[in-house]
Design a protein around this ligand. Structure first.
Ligand SMILES: Cc1ncc(COP(=O)(O)O)c(C=O)c1O
Length: 431
């Protein structure tokens, strides 16, 4: 299939102006396909892609005078997991490079194939202890020159050396993971638990270790402010919590901007950094406002998983969805679909369940929720559903959806215009 054009004008925002029409059009477009069926709606995807660029530009808009160009967006592949969509998004102006989630995946993305060139700039967003995959990557000079591995301790350097001794490999491109969490006197640790490299001194010490060891090139830094990028500040029915979260996010970004700026300046005094990656879908404008950052990570904002409905400053279009077929009627006012699960990772709670979105007015039975093989639903629309009808759901996250399907159908203006394999459909199961 030719490369998708994701830079084209998105068309009318039916998901907002006429959601019934939006879902009905998707439903009708794939009515000949048996479920489960996974769909990406191209108007919505294009609108999401354009919105990420607009938000990045809004972040750098100065008080006066012309704004500098916004940093490009680096695609967080874990939140997409469809190679054709990654390749097509990289062709859109303002998008460059991938933030991969596994070393074997990073290698696969960067490697050339006769029918598909490799991606030239792949940053692994997490350290790896997969010696075999590291050795395979470093045995492939073309891919090794395109992939940067992430480290936060000398133990990661030791592991790379154990996988491929410095004398037998090309220099390894490494980036330092700078902890972006906020350490508050009273609130404690705000953010995720990942890198121990928190202070300027921590970063300088690790950089000096890297520079002193043979076989490594320090090429960049990464710093993911999860407490801003991944926490909604407009959750329904929780105004006080939302206010508190917004305040914390604002204060934490202020602290981070100073610390990250000083850390990056110190690192730049030691090595020529090619990039400083930061942020995520929820923080695009705040991260873009940090002058130390050279590219902004985002992935979930493309497909728009429903967890991203809970942010005040943006609202992604529901570009990805899956349809399950009704296979039986346990009672006149119930409908049971074939298929279940599709539950998102993270702290187990109701917000991790897929959201039934079409027909309107369907809900889970509390004792069964999203089932395993079967998902019973109730609610005003359930009585009208017959065997063979379809129910549409949105996944809470974005890339995890692709782990349940071999392909995604591309729907544009109510018509199926293509079909792309997911990572799973290409036989790729990384994590
Ligand atoms: C290292 C890192 N960067 C960026 C992101 C942001 O990804 P997304 O835009 O999909 O929320 C994540 C998400 O967890 C991440 O782990």
């Amino acid at each position: 299939m030719a490369l998708l054009d994701l830079a084209a004008a998105p068309g009318p925002a039916r998901w907002r102006t006429d959601p019934a029409q939006y879902w009905r059009a998707i439903d009708q477009a794939v009515s000949e396909r048996d479920g489960p069926v996974t769909v990406v709606e191209l108007s919505a995807l294009r609108a999401n892609i354009a919105d990420l660029r607009t938000r990045a530009a809004a972040g750098v808009r100065g008080e006066s005078g012309p704004a500098p160009a916004a940093a490009p967006i680096r695609l967080a592949s874990k939140s997409i997991r469809v190679r054709g969509v990654i390749d097509a998004a990289l062709a859109v102006p303002g998008f460059a490079g991938v933030l991969a989630y596994d070393v074997a995946e990073a290698h696969w993305l960067a490697a050339d194939r006769p029918d598909r060139p490799g991606i030239a700039d792949v940053l692994l967003g997490y350290p790896s202890a997969d010696r075999e995959a590291i050795a395979r990557l470093l045995g492939d000079e073309v891919a090794a020159a395109r992939v940067s591995l992430l480290v936060d301790s000398p133990a990661h350097l030791d592991l790379i050396d154990a996988a491929a001794p410095p004398a037998d490999r090309p220099p390894v491109r490494v980036a330092i993971d700078l902890d972006a969490s906020w350490r508050h006197r009273l609130l404690g640790h705000i953010g995720v638990r990942r890198s121990p490299v928190h202070s300027v001194g921590d970063a300088v010490a690790l950089a000096e270790t890297i520079l002193a060891r043979p076989g490594f090139r320090l090429v960049g830094a990464m710093s993911y402010e999860a407490q801003v990028a991944g926490v909604g500040n407009r959750a329904p029915g929780a105004p006080l919590r939302n206010l508190l979260i917004s305040q914390i996010q604002h204060r934490s970004m202020r602290e981070l901007r100073e610390r990250r700026g000083a850390t990056v300046a110190a690192l730049r005094g030691l090595a020529e950094l090619e990039f400083v990656n930061a942020g995520g879908t929820g923080s695009v404008e705040a991260t873009a406002a940090d002058p130390a950052v050279t590219d902004i990570a985002a992935g979930s904002g493309l497909f728009g998983g429903h967890l991203f409905d809970t942010y005040r400053h943006f609202r992604p279009a529901p570009a990805a969805a899956f349809g399950l077929s009704v296979v039986r009627k346990p009672a006149a006012d119930l409908a049971a679909c074939h298929g279940g699960g599709w539950i998102a990772s993270g702290p187990p709670a109701a917000d991790r369940l897929p959201k039934p979105v079409w027909p309107f007015g369907l809900e889970y039975l509390p004792r069964e929720a999203a089932g395993e093989v079967q998902t019973p639903l109730r609610g005003p629309a359930a009585a009208g559903l017959a065997v063979g009808d379809r129910v549409w759901f949105r996944h809470a996250k974005s890339g995890e959806l692709a782990e349940h399907a071999n392909t995604v159908l591309l729907v544009d203006d109510g018509v199926v215009v293509g079909e792309l394999p997911t990572y799973r459909g290409e036989g790729r199961c990384f994590l």
